[in-house]
Design a protein around this ligand. Structure first.
Ligand code: NAP
Length: 260
């Protein structure tokens, strides 16, 4: 299936590894020109090289912290008129909310709510004028099913989700579609490091933690980031113009509901 986005331009944030990288790779396979971002320049350049070699797409690497004004300005300078924006950043740390200061909360809200909103604000009028825009926010399954120890993630991402629900319906008539992708457990470095932390507190090895995670999932496994990338590329496709303001769970069925 041709996704109909060959020649389009995309910004993919937080994309040297994991879900962002897989999303960038899937878009590049469709002939989309990319600006990818992450803080670590070396890993980002390496990823850009791998994507170029695999797809022949144009890939520009812009290193910087996307949660800062300067990081966002650098990315937008490299691609001022994107057709596609994939918002992503690291998730806030786990813990007990009694230990979190106002500064901790501001950091979480900055990364997982205000940063995507700032980037959307910078690009959306151009998308409206050109009558094509696709924006995907990578959030978390925790938006639907909160993870108690990840309170800052639950809270900040819920704020973004509420805002997007309204905005998506204000811009859809211009063929600008905004949706959220909610990952459950995908085998990325983040999941691996979570497994190491959980292992320490539960008397299991990290391998056992991951195996338990896979066994208890209805799909009998954790997700492959490549699957996530393909879903993201479809939401960014020319064929996704009637998918508006949705929260798509990619979790192997872990969220138990008859209604998705
Ligand atoms: P990952 O494998 O650890 O990759 C994170 C990527 O984001 C890296 O490229 C990292 O590079 C970049 N990054 C982190 N903070 C950044 C920042 N401030 N500015 C720019 N780039 C930044 O993580 P992942 O598993 O793909 O997770 C992506 C998002 O999905 C996170 O918000 C995570 O909480 C959420 N999520 C993941 C899962 C899962 O199972 N994997 C489940 C639910 C939610 P640098 O460190 O070099 O910046």
């Amino acid at each position: 299936m041709d996704l109909g986005i060959g020649g389009k331009r995309a910004i993919v944030c937080a994309a040297s590894k994991g879900l962002g990288r897989a999303s960038a790779m899937a878009l590049a396979h469709e002939g989309v020109s990319l600006v990818i971002n992450a803080r670590g320049a070396a890993a980002l350049e390496e990823t850009a090289g791998v994507i170029r070699a695999a797809t022949g797409a144009s890939v520009m690497a812009v290193a910087g912290d996307i949660t800062t004004e300067a990081g966002r300005a650098a990315v937008l300078a490299a691609c001022p008129e994107p057709d596609i924006l994939v918002n992503n950043a690291g998730g806030p740390p786990a813990g007990d909310f009694r230990h979190w200061s106002r500064e901790d909360w501001i950091k979480a809200v900055d990364a997982n709510m205000l940063t995507p909103i700032a980037l959307i604000r910078a690009v959306i009028d151009g998308m409206i004028a050109r009558r094509f825009g696709r924006i995907v926010n990578i959030t978390s399954a925790s938006v639907k099913s909160p993870i108690p120890s990840l309170g800052m993630s639950n809270g900040a991402r819920a704020g973004l989700t509420g805002f997007i629900g309204g905005l998506a319906r204000q811009v859809a008539r211009h063929n600008v579609c905004i949706n959220n992708l909610l990952p459950g457990p995908f085998l990325t470095d983040r999941l691996r490091s979570n497994a190491v932390e959980l292992a320490a507190s539960s008397g299991r090895t990290p391998e056992q933690v991951l195996a338990d995670r896979a066994r208890t999932n209805p799909a009998g496994r954790v997700g492959d980031p490549e699957e996530f990338g393909f879903a993201c590329a479809f939401l960014c496709s020319a064929h996704a113009g009637y998918i508006v303001g949705q929260n798509l769970l990619l979790d192997g069925g872990a969220y138990n509901s008859s209604l998705g």
